[in-house]
Design a protein around this ligand. Structure first.
Ligand code: ZN
Length: 452
């Protein structure tokens, strides 16, 4: 954050760019100043971004076989990832690819973030190099949903390191979170015309009123600010991500270590903030391995141990997604009477909410329609949209994946079973690959016809 003096200085500079500086140079200088100002405004307005729990790993020539094997196993165990890359600017030359960040999301609140240091890889003949290749081979696979703030094509330049091929990239299921976010924002924030002169009317935050154009993409920083009300520090955007970040790589003095720490934070926060946006947008609500909706034992246990009244009807569907993984061990802990007595108000409240959530889960899936072998590219949000358009009243939607066939199914929870056959008939032919292709095509046509 800037001091008041620095801030005023910056404002002055923006308005007093010397007339001797002209053309492109003038434009660039103005952009640089404006970026600084924007950064400062966000830093003043919002608290710094707070990540969920994660573990950090480096892949470079120091990485051991066992770490790589461990990471490959982690990739095998899940289907949700975020990915980002950093390149370095070289004047008058294309950007040089330097870093790949892969976040392996293991549960709603825990993940591994792996920084692959492209300029410090093991030599091609070494065994670890083969394992790094295997790392990517496992990652770029049909059952892996990889969220990227942009397109997977940002990895094209990285193919030159021979860790994966261009063709391999297209084996996975990349999801452009930047586009998903734009759609979400426009859906949630249509223009609100101010009808009167009333001053307490909330300011409109539609894209246009925010000064964003229909064709503009959202920066991750703005998305974090507007959706999560947090400041994602972007001051390191054009740093040298190729210098070797892992503190064990070479011998560094304390200033060097500190500098690297700030670059590492920057690199991992890109992934970690995407994860929180995904949670907020409910793109990764309840993963397959998480909670079994028919697990009555858990529900019963929780209900028995807390004598807190649960006002079911005050909780609507929106409120169900507090993404705490609920494990039986978790509940076991709270069920011992000794601990129950010492629960703080906040803890009681948490358990109360959890009880309600579990009750709701049970209720939402009272009867369900299951559609098997769906195209993996459909997101929960897409599916909800489509089901709605077919006039099927659902209470919840979730994925499951068969551990034997790796095929994905969707579970559509219904509160009311009376017309279930009719509803099933309306939608059971949907969500195939050809449906997905048609769906995307329709969307594109729709989008371009909206453009003026
Ligand atoms: Zn507006």
């Amino acid at each position: 954050m800037l001091s008041q003096r620095e801030y005023e200085d910056l404002l002055w500079k923006i308005n007093h760019i010397p007339s001797t500086i002209t053309g492109k140079k003038r434009h660039n200088l103005r952009t640089t100043f404006k970026k600084k100002l924007h950064e400062h405004e966000l830093a003043t307005k919002y608290p710094p971004f707070e990540p969920l729990k994660f573990e950090q790993y480096f892949i470079n020539f120091r990485t051991t076989d066992s770490t790589l094997i461990h990471l490959i196993d982690q990739i095998k165990s899940t289907s949700v990832f975020t990915l980002d890359t950093e390149s370095i600017l070289i004047p008058y030359r294309p950007n040089a690819p330097a870093l790949i960040q892969v976040q392996i999301i293991l549960s709603e609140s825990f993940s591994s973030v792996v920084l692959i240091e492209m300029c410090h890889l093991p030599r091609a003949h070494e065994h670890t190099f083969t394992l790094v290749k295997q790392f990517f081979q496992t990652l770029f696979n049909t059952d892996k949903n990889i969220f990227i703030w942009g397109a997977i094509s940002e990895l094209h330049n990285f193919c030159s390191y021979n860790l994966f091929t261009y063709e391999q990239l297209y084996l996975c299921n990349p999801i452009n979170l930047q586009n998903e976010f734009k759609d979400h924002w426009n859906e949630q924030h249509p223009h609100q015309p101010t009808t009167s002169t009333s001053t307490n009317y909330p300011e409109c935050i539609c894209e246009e009123c925010l000064g964003l154009q229909k064709t503009n993409t959202w920066s991750l920083q703005n998305a974090v600010a507007f959706e999560l009300s947090q400041w994602l520090d972007k001051r390191q955007t054009t740093s040298n991500f190729d210098i070797g970040l892992d503190p064990t790589l070479y011998h560094f003095n304390s200033a060097e270590t500190e500098h690297r720490q700030s670059l590492i934070r920057y690199a991992v926060y890109d992934c970690l903030s995407m994860q929180q946006i995904m949670l907020k947008l409910k793109l990764i609500e309840r993963q397959e391995s998480n909670i079994n909706p028919s697990n009555e034992i858990i529900t019963a246990t929780v209900n028995d141990l807390t004598n807190i009244a649960c006002d079911d009807d005050q909780h609507d569907l929106q409120a169900t997604n507090n993404f705490e993984p609920i494990s039986p061990a978790d509940i076991q802990d709270a069920s011992t009477p000794r601990q129950q007595q010492t629960l703080t108000k906040a803890e009681r409240h948490r358990i109360h909410n959890r009880t309600c959530t579990l009750k709701q889960r049970k209720r939402y899936y009272k009867t369900e329609i299951i559609i098997s072998n769906i195209d993996r590219r459909f997101t929960i949000k897409n599916i909800k949209e489509i089901i709605k358009s077919y006039g099927v009243p659902f209470s919840a939607v979730n994925f499951s994946t068969s551990s034997a066939t790796r095929k994905r199914s969707i579970h559509i929870g219904m509160r009311n079973s009376s017309q279930i056959n009719d509803y099933q008939h309306r939608i059971d032919h949907l969500f195939t690959t050809s449906h997905y292709n048609r769906f995307i095509n329709d969307r594109r046509t729709h989008r371009s016809s909206n453009k003026r």
